[in-house]
Design a protein around this ligand. Structure first.
Ligand SMILES: [Zn+2]
Length: 62
């Protein structure tokens, strides 16, 4: 059995997936990332709102 010579690169986590709804300023943003709000719900927050409300993106948490 021949092994494939091509190796598949592991998928990288996209930093900006595209446009998502920011639940904090209630508008679409292309910098929105999933975060947890104070109730534990998963919502999207844009870059400025994450800085303004001190929100950590879920992807950056362990
Ligand atoms: Zn926002």
């Amino acid at each position: 059995m021949a092994e494939p010579t091509q190796t598949v690169n592991p998928p990288t986590i996209p930093q900006a997936v595209g446009i998502a709804w920011c639940a904090w300023h209630e508008a679409y943003s292309n910098t929105a990332r999933p975060v947890r709000d104070t109730s534990g719900a998963r919502l999207f927050a844009c870059c400025s709102c994450r800085q303004a409300y001190d929100l950590a993106p879920l992807a950056d948490q362990p």
